[in-house]
Design a protein around this ligand. Structure first.
Ligand code: ADP
Ligand code: MG
Length: 332
Protein backbone atom coordinates (compact mmCIF):
# COMPACT_ATOMS: atom_id res chain seq x y z
CA UNK A 1 0.00 0.00 0.00
CA UNK A 2 1.30 3.42 -0.93
CA UNK A 3 0.56 6.78 0.63
CA UNK A 4 -1.38 7.72 -2.50
CA UNK A 5 -3.79 4.83 -1.76
CA UNK A 6 -4.90 6.33 1.56
CA UNK A 7 -4.36 10.05 0.89
CA UNK A 8 -3.62 12.92 3.24
CA UNK A 9 -6.64 12.35 5.48
CA UNK A 10 -6.21 8.56 5.52
CA UNK A 11 -2.68 9.11 6.85
CA UNK A 12 -3.88 11.49 9.58
CA UNK A 13 -6.54 8.93 10.61
CA UNK A 14 -3.80 6.26 10.95
CA UNK A 15 -1.48 8.14 13.30
CA UNK A 16 -3.84 10.46 15.22
CA UNK A 17 -5.34 7.69 17.48
CA UNK A 18 -1.82 6.76 18.70
CA UNK A 19 -1.58 10.07 20.52
CA UNK A 20 -5.13 10.39 21.84
CA UNK A 21 -4.36 8.88 25.29
CA UNK A 22 -1.69 11.55 25.85
CA UNK A 23 -4.14 14.43 25.52
CA UNK A 24 -5.27 15.66 28.96
CA UNK A 25 -8.91 16.46 29.70
CA UNK A 26 -9.85 19.89 28.34
CA UNK A 27 -7.26 20.03 25.57
CA UNK A 28 -8.32 19.44 21.98
CA UNK A 29 -5.90 18.30 19.31
CA UNK A 30 -5.96 16.88 15.79
CA UNK A 31 -9.25 17.22 13.94
CA UNK A 32 -10.19 20.88 13.92
CA UNK A 33 -8.63 23.91 12.25
CA UNK A 34 -6.73 24.71 15.44
CA UNK A 35 -5.75 22.85 18.60
CA UNK A 36 -7.33 24.30 21.75
CA UNK A 37 -5.38 24.80 24.99
CA UNK A 38 -7.38 26.33 27.87
CA UNK A 39 -5.38 28.92 29.86
CA UNK A 40 -8.00 29.52 32.57
CA UNK A 41 -11.72 28.94 33.15
CA UNK A 42 -12.69 31.66 30.65
CA UNK A 43 -10.06 31.66 27.91
CA UNK A 44 -8.11 29.38 25.58
CA UNK A 45 -5.20 29.61 23.22
CA UNK A 46 -5.82 28.19 19.75
CA UNK A 47 -2.85 27.07 17.66
CA UNK A 48 -2.46 26.17 14.00
CA UNK A 49 0.45 25.37 11.71
CA UNK A 50 0.69 25.20 7.89
CA UNK A 51 3.38 24.20 5.45
CA UNK A 52 4.04 25.70 2.02
CA UNK A 53 6.43 23.79 -0.24
CA UNK A 54 7.86 25.14 -3.49
CA UNK A 55 6.43 23.34 -6.55
CA UNK A 56 3.63 21.85 -4.42
CA UNK A 57 1.94 24.97 -3.00
CA UNK A 58 3.58 27.65 -5.15
CA UNK A 59 5.77 28.12 -8.20
CA UNK A 60 8.65 30.53 -7.57
CA UNK A 61 8.57 31.89 -11.13
CA UNK A 62 4.88 32.76 -10.83
CA UNK A 63 4.55 34.30 -7.37
CA UNK A 64 6.28 37.49 -6.21
CA UNK A 65 8.25 37.08 -2.97
CA UNK A 66 6.09 39.78 -1.37
CA UNK A 67 2.95 37.79 -2.28
CA UNK A 68 4.44 34.57 -0.92
CA UNK A 69 5.29 36.27 2.39
CA UNK A 70 1.70 37.50 2.69
CA UNK A 71 0.18 34.16 1.71
CA UNK A 72 2.38 32.16 4.13
CA UNK A 73 0.84 34.03 7.04
CA UNK A 74 -2.65 34.34 5.51
CA UNK A 75 -3.31 30.59 5.33
CA UNK A 76 -2.63 30.14 9.06
CA UNK A 77 -4.50 33.30 10.09
CA UNK A 78 -7.48 31.87 8.23
CA UNK A 79 -7.47 28.84 10.58
CA UNK A 80 -7.45 31.24 13.55
CA UNK A 81 -10.41 33.07 11.96
CA UNK A 82 -12.29 29.80 11.56
CA UNK A 83 -12.30 29.23 15.34
CA UNK A 84 -13.47 32.82 15.87
CA UNK A 85 -10.22 33.74 17.65
CA UNK A 86 -8.01 36.84 17.75
CA UNK A 87 -4.43 36.26 16.58
CA UNK A 88 -1.74 36.82 19.24
CA UNK A 89 1.46 36.17 17.31
CA UNK A 90 3.14 34.05 14.65
CA UNK A 91 6.22 31.82 14.29
CA UNK A 92 7.91 31.45 10.90
CA UNK A 93 10.28 28.64 9.96
CA UNK A 94 11.86 28.88 6.56
CA UNK A 95 14.31 26.77 4.54
CA UNK A 96 16.05 28.63 1.72
CA UNK A 97 18.64 27.68 -0.92
CA UNK A 98 21.88 29.60 -0.31
CA UNK A 99 21.95 31.24 -3.75
CA UNK A 100 18.62 33.03 -3.29
CA UNK A 101 19.01 36.83 -3.66
CA UNK A 102 18.74 38.79 -0.41
CA UNK A 103 16.41 41.13 -2.33
CA UNK A 104 14.03 38.12 -2.62
CA UNK A 105 14.13 37.45 1.13
CA UNK A 106 13.65 41.18 1.89
CA UNK A 107 10.55 41.22 -0.25
CA UNK A 108 9.25 37.98 1.31
CA UNK A 109 9.52 39.54 4.77
CA UNK A 110 7.94 42.78 3.53
CA UNK A 111 4.90 40.76 2.43
CA UNK A 112 4.81 38.86 5.72
CA UNK A 113 5.06 42.21 7.51
CA UNK A 114 2.24 43.76 5.42
CA UNK A 115 -0.27 41.20 6.72
CA UNK A 116 1.26 41.10 10.22
CA UNK A 117 0.68 44.88 10.46
CA UNK A 118 -2.81 44.69 8.98
CA UNK A 119 -3.87 42.11 11.58
CA UNK A 120 -1.67 43.45 14.45
CA UNK A 121 0.01 40.05 14.72
CA UNK A 122 3.71 40.21 15.66
CA UNK A 123 6.27 37.68 14.43
CA UNK A 124 7.46 36.09 17.70
CA UNK A 125 10.00 33.53 16.55
CA UNK A 126 10.80 30.74 14.15
CA UNK A 127 13.75 28.97 12.56
CA UNK A 128 15.93 29.62 9.51
CA UNK A 129 17.85 26.94 7.69
CA UNK A 130 19.57 26.05 4.43
CA UNK A 131 17.71 24.00 1.86
CA UNK A 132 19.48 22.09 -0.92
CA UNK A 133 17.20 23.43 -3.62
CA UNK A 134 13.58 24.32 -2.87
CA UNK A 135 11.93 26.85 -0.56
CA UNK A 136 9.89 25.48 2.36
CA UNK A 137 7.84 27.75 4.63
CA UNK A 138 6.06 26.76 7.85
CA UNK A 139 3.94 29.24 9.79
CA UNK A 140 2.41 28.66 13.20
CA UNK A 141 -0.08 31.15 14.59
CA UNK A 142 -1.34 31.37 18.15
CA UNK A 143 -4.71 32.97 18.85
CA UNK A 144 -6.81 33.73 21.89
CA UNK A 145 -10.54 33.33 22.47
CA UNK A 146 -13.16 33.19 25.21
CA UNK A 147 -14.11 29.53 25.69
CA UNK A 148 -17.81 30.26 25.26
CA UNK A 149 -17.18 31.66 21.76
CA UNK A 150 -15.06 28.84 20.29
CA UNK A 151 -16.55 27.40 17.09
CA UNK A 152 -15.73 23.86 16.08
CA UNK A 153 -16.34 21.69 13.02
CA UNK A 154 -18.45 19.40 15.21
CA UNK A 155 -21.25 21.84 16.06
CA UNK A 156 -23.58 21.49 13.04
CA UNK A 157 -27.18 20.42 13.78
CA UNK A 158 -29.91 19.07 11.49
CA UNK A 159 -32.06 22.00 10.37
CA UNK A 160 -29.12 24.47 10.27
CA UNK A 161 -28.46 26.51 7.17
CA UNK A 162 -24.99 26.35 5.59
CA UNK A 163 -23.32 29.68 4.80
CA UNK A 164 -20.09 31.12 3.40
CA UNK A 165 -18.56 34.56 3.98
CA UNK A 166 -17.31 35.23 0.45
CA UNK A 167 -16.88 34.16 -3.16
CA UNK A 168 -15.89 30.60 -4.03
CA UNK A 169 -13.67 29.58 -6.96
CA UNK A 170 -11.76 32.81 -7.62
CA UNK A 171 -8.53 31.37 -6.26
CA UNK A 172 -8.83 28.17 -8.34
CA UNK A 173 -9.52 30.18 -11.50
CA UNK A 174 -6.59 32.45 -10.63
CA UNK A 175 -4.30 29.42 -10.37
CA UNK A 176 -5.48 28.08 -13.74
CA UNK A 177 -4.82 31.46 -15.36
CA UNK A 178 -1.37 31.68 -13.72
CA UNK A 179 -0.44 28.21 -15.02
CA UNK A 180 -1.67 29.12 -18.51
CA UNK A 181 0.35 32.34 -18.35
CA UNK A 182 -2.89 34.28 -18.87
CA UNK A 183 -2.87 36.26 -15.60
CA UNK A 184 -1.19 39.41 -16.80
CA UNK A 185 -3.90 42.06 -16.59
CA UNK A 186 -7.51 43.05 -15.87
CA UNK A 187 -9.94 40.41 -14.62
CA UNK A 188 -7.33 37.63 -14.92
CA UNK A 189 -4.78 39.43 -12.78
CA UNK A 190 -7.47 40.17 -10.17
CA UNK A 191 -8.23 36.42 -9.96
CA UNK A 192 -4.51 35.63 -9.73
CA UNK A 193 -4.32 38.10 -6.84
CA UNK A 194 -7.09 36.17 -5.03
CA UNK A 195 -4.87 33.11 -5.34
CA UNK A 196 -1.62 34.77 -4.31
CA UNK A 197 -2.89 37.18 -1.65
CA UNK A 198 -5.96 35.73 0.11
CA UNK A 199 -7.39 37.92 2.87
CA UNK A 200 -8.27 35.89 6.00
CA UNK A 201 -11.74 36.66 7.37
CA UNK A 202 -10.63 37.38 10.93
CA UNK A 203 -13.13 40.15 11.75
CA UNK A 204 -15.97 38.14 10.27
CA UNK A 205 -14.88 35.06 12.25
CA UNK A 206 -14.70 37.01 15.51
CA UNK A 207 -18.16 38.46 15.07
CA UNK A 208 -19.72 35.17 13.98
CA UNK A 209 -18.13 33.37 16.92
CA UNK A 210 -19.88 35.71 19.34
CA UNK A 211 -23.28 34.43 18.14
CA UNK A 212 -24.73 31.38 19.87
CA UNK A 213 -26.78 30.76 16.71
CA UNK A 214 -23.59 30.00 14.73
CA UNK A 215 -23.08 26.30 15.41
CA UNK A 216 -20.08 25.09 13.36
CA UNK A 217 -17.32 26.88 11.49
CA UNK A 218 -14.16 26.15 9.50
CA UNK A 219 -12.22 27.86 6.73
CA UNK A 220 -12.30 26.83 3.08
CA UNK A 221 -8.77 25.71 2.22
CA UNK A 222 -9.31 22.53 0.19
CA UNK A 223 -12.62 23.45 -1.52
CA UNK A 224 -16.08 23.13 0.01
CA UNK A 225 -16.57 19.65 -1.50
CA UNK A 226 -13.84 18.43 0.85
CA UNK A 227 -14.23 20.95 3.67
CA UNK A 228 -18.00 20.54 4.12
CA UNK A 229 -17.43 16.78 4.32
CA UNK A 230 -15.20 17.44 7.35
CA UNK A 231 -17.97 19.39 9.10
CA UNK A 232 -20.50 16.65 8.33
CA UNK A 233 -18.18 13.88 9.59
CA UNK A 234 -17.31 15.83 12.77
CA UNK A 235 -21.00 16.65 13.39
CA UNK A 236 -22.41 13.33 12.15
CA UNK A 237 -24.95 15.08 9.92
CA UNK A 238 -25.85 15.13 6.26
CA UNK A 239 -25.74 18.23 4.02
CA UNK A 240 -27.56 19.38 0.95
CA UNK A 241 -25.89 22.16 -1.06
CA UNK A 242 -27.72 24.15 -3.73
CA UNK A 243 -25.18 24.77 -6.48
CA UNK A 244 -27.18 27.62 -8.02
CA UNK A 245 -26.81 29.50 -4.70
CA UNK A 246 -22.99 29.34 -4.58
CA UNK A 247 -21.55 32.86 -4.55
CA UNK A 248 -19.39 33.27 -7.64
CA UNK A 249 -17.83 36.55 -8.69
CA UNK A 250 -18.48 38.28 -12.02
CA UNK A 251 -14.76 37.77 -12.72
CA UNK A 252 -15.06 34.00 -12.29
CA UNK A 253 -18.19 33.88 -14.45
CA UNK A 254 -16.46 35.86 -17.21
CA UNK A 255 -13.27 33.76 -17.42
CA UNK A 256 -15.20 30.50 -17.08
CA UNK A 257 -17.45 31.42 -19.99
CA UNK A 258 -14.50 32.61 -22.10
CA UNK A 259 -12.47 29.45 -21.47
CA UNK A 260 -15.24 26.83 -21.27
CA UNK A 261 -14.47 26.01 -17.62
CA UNK A 262 -17.00 24.34 -15.33
CA UNK A 263 -17.86 27.06 -12.85
CA UNK A 264 -19.29 24.63 -10.25
CA UNK A 265 -16.15 22.47 -10.22
CA UNK A 266 -14.04 25.57 -9.60
CA UNK A 267 -16.37 26.87 -6.89
CA UNK A 268 -16.65 23.57 -5.00
CA UNK A 269 -13.37 21.75 -5.62
CA UNK A 270 -10.77 24.40 -6.29
CA UNK A 271 -9.87 25.40 -2.77
CA UNK A 272 -7.69 28.13 -1.28
CA UNK A 273 -10.54 30.64 -1.09
CA UNK A 274 -9.98 31.10 2.66
CA UNK A 275 -13.55 32.26 3.26
CA UNK A 276 -15.42 30.86 6.27
CA UNK A 277 -17.87 27.97 5.97
CA UNK A 278 -20.42 27.84 8.79
CA UNK A 279 -23.78 26.54 9.88
CA UNK A 280 -26.40 28.74 11.53
CA UNK A 281 -29.73 28.36 13.25
CA UNK A 282 -32.37 28.63 10.53
CA UNK A 283 -34.64 30.79 12.70
CA UNK A 284 -31.98 33.52 12.90
CA UNK A 285 -31.16 33.60 9.18
CA UNK A 286 -32.52 37.07 8.44
CA UNK A 287 -31.15 38.75 11.59
CA UNK A 288 -27.65 37.32 11.06
CA UNK A 289 -27.63 38.18 7.35
CA UNK A 290 -28.82 41.75 7.99
CA UNK A 291 -26.29 42.40 10.75
CA UNK A 292 -23.48 40.79 8.72
CA UNK A 293 -24.27 43.11 5.82
CA UNK A 294 -24.35 46.16 8.12
CA UNK A 295 -21.00 45.28 9.67
CA UNK A 296 -19.03 44.04 6.67
CA UNK A 297 -20.78 45.60 3.65
CA UNK A 298 -21.20 42.23 1.96
CA UNK A 299 -23.60 39.35 1.94
CA UNK A 300 -23.49 36.22 4.09
CA UNK A 301 -24.36 33.65 1.44
CA UNK A 302 -26.68 30.77 2.33
CA UNK A 303 -25.74 27.75 0.18
CA UNK A 304 -27.51 24.76 1.68
CA UNK A 305 -29.03 22.97 4.62
CA UNK A 306 -27.92 20.43 7.24
CA UNK A 307 -30.08 17.29 7.49
CA UNK A 308 -30.17 14.08 9.45
CA UNK A 309 -28.48 11.18 7.68
CA UNK A 310 -25.15 9.86 6.44
CA UNK A 311 -22.20 12.22 7.02
CA UNK A 312 -21.73 13.29 3.42
CA UNK A 313 -22.98 15.98 1.03
CA UNK A 314 -25.67 15.91 -1.65
CA UNK A 315 -25.01 18.43 -4.43
CA UNK A 316 -28.25 19.73 -5.90
CA UNK A 317 -28.74 21.75 -9.07
CA UNK A 318 -32.26 23.08 -9.49
CA UNK A 319 -33.58 20.37 -7.13
CA UNK A 320 -31.76 17.52 -8.90
CA UNK A 321 -28.87 15.59 -7.39
CA UNK A 322 -25.61 15.86 -9.40
CA UNK A 323 -22.11 14.30 -9.14
CA UNK A 324 -19.13 16.46 -8.28
CA UNK A 325 -15.40 15.87 -8.16
CA UNK A 326 -13.74 16.03 -4.72
CA UNK A 327 -11.68 18.86 -3.25
CA UNK A 328 -7.91 18.88 -2.91
CA UNK A 329 -6.21 16.05 -0.97
CA UNK A 330 -2.42 15.68 -0.84
CA UNK A 331 -1.36 12.22 -2.16
CA UNK A 332 -5.04 11.50 -2.98
P1 ADP B 1 -6.32 22.85 7.77
O1 ADP B 1 -6.62 22.70 6.30
O2 ADP B 1 -7.40 23.52 8.55
O3 ADP B 1 -4.95 23.42 8.03
P2 ADP B 1 -5.71 20.07 7.64
O4 ADP B 1 -6.76 19.52 6.71
O5 ADP B 1 -4.37 20.39 7.08
O6 ADP B 1 -6.31 21.37 8.36
O7 ADP B 1 -5.51 19.09 8.87
C1 ADP B 1 -6.61 18.46 9.49
C2 ADP B 1 -6.27 18.19 10.94
O8 ADP B 1 -5.18 17.29 11.01
C3 ADP B 1 -5.84 19.43 11.71
O9 ADP B 1 -6.36 19.34 13.02
C4 ADP B 1 -4.33 19.34 11.72
O10 ADP B 1 -3.75 19.96 12.85
C5 ADP B 1 -4.10 17.84 11.76
N1 ADP B 1 -2.82 17.43 11.13
C6 ADP B 1 -2.51 17.49 9.81
N2 ADP B 1 -1.25 17.03 9.60
C7 ADP B 1 -0.76 16.69 10.82
C8 ADP B 1 0.50 16.16 11.28
N3 ADP B 1 1.49 15.88 10.43
N4 ADP B 1 0.64 15.93 12.62
C9 ADP B 1 -0.37 16.21 13.47
N5 ADP B 1 -1.57 16.70 13.10
C10 ADP B 1 -1.77 16.94 11.78
MG1 MG C 1 -8.57 25.14 8.11
Amino acid sequence: MKLSDIGEFGLIERFAPLFKHLIPEGLEGIGDDCAIIPINAEESLVITTDLLVEDVHFLKEHILPRELGWKSLAVSLSDIASMGATPVGSFLSIALPENIPVAWTDEFFNGYHDLSSKESTPLLGGDTTKSPDKIVVNVTVVGKILNKYIKRRSGAKPGDLIAVTGYLGDSAAGLKLILLDMAKEGVSSALARSHHMPVPHIKEGKWLSSLAEVHAMMDVSDGISSDLDHIMKASNCHAEVWLEKLPVSDHLTKVSLENGWDIYSLATGGGEDYVLLLTIDKNMEQEIKNEFFKLFGKELYIIGEVKEGLPCVDWMLNDEKVDLCKGFNHFG
